[in-house]
Design a protein around this ligand. Structure first.
Ligand code: SF4
Length: 230
């Protein structure tokens, strides 16, 4: 038992050094213990299966596969397209400048990153950030399905046209998606909005219009959560 505890403390000390400097070891042990004690420990198995995956060619060119990250008991799941260069390097979704924008977006409706679970449709970075191809999405779908099973979100915020199309199975533009919400067959409410990187790419009036649309989509999500008591 001591050996197991020592190994856990060493692992957490490593994680603290590289990822979670703002948390003390005691908090980490209790948080990790809670997560690990979930029946079946599906998330740990998911990570193992993801690391072994060679179901499409993308695994050949990545530095890291990027599993979803965040609160596994969250009511809200955020789903983006695929990892970019920063995410590929660090192995975490939505970091760097787009990640900062996403944190600001969440803050607009009083949410922190710890309140949500964040993932992507495709877990490996496509070369040159290409739009994910159909065969990659189909191959990787198992992992997104398993994340949904683990988190069991009540709400999904899709980030960008691509993720919105995949989740809703509708070929609309982002302008057509924005401002609306949808209910999936399993009862999950989906609110599509723009990818945070659009606020980094766009300029001037166009950027201001997108910013307002994002704000409206987020307010819509918040009001839906209020209507349904969360
Ligand atoms: S993109 Fe998904 S299916 Fe393809 S290798 Fe990576 S984890 Fe496997």
């Amino acid at each position: 038992m001591d050996k197991i505890l020592n190994a856990l403390i060493m692992k957490l000390a490593y994680e603290k050094k590289y990822y979670r400097n703002n948390m003390n070891i005691t908090e980490m042990i209790s948080k990790d213990h809670l997560k690990l004690s979930k029946p079946g420990n599906e998330y740990e198995q998911l990570k193992i299966d993801l690391m072994k995956c060679k179901k499409c060619d993308l695994y050949k060119t990545v530095k890291n596969k990027v599993i979803g990250y965040g609160n596994r008991d969250a009511r809200i799941m955020l789903i983006g397209e695929a990892p970019g260069a920063n995410e590929d390097r660090e192995g975490k979704p939505f970091i760097g400048r787009a990640g900062e924008k996403l944190t600001q977006m969440l803050g607009y409706i009083g949410l922190k990153r710890d309140d949500v679970y964040i993932t992507n449709v495709v877990k490996c970075r496509p070369p040159q950030n290409a739009d994910p191809q159909k065969e990659w999405i189909i191959a990787c779908n198992e992992f997104l399905d398993r994340e949904m099973e683990i988190v069991k979100p009540k709400y999904i915020l899709t980030l960008g046209r691509f993720a919105s199309r995949v989740i809703l199975n509708m070929e609309l533009t982002m302008g057509q998606f924005s401002g609306n919400h949808y209910k999936l067959e399993n009862g999950i409410i989906v609110v599509p909005t723009y990818h945070p990187s659009s606020l980094l790419i766009q300029k001037g009036e166009r950027k201001e219009i997108t910013r307002k649309k994002i704000a409206n989509d987020l307010k819509l999500l918040k009001s839906l959560m209020g209507e349904n008591n969360g």
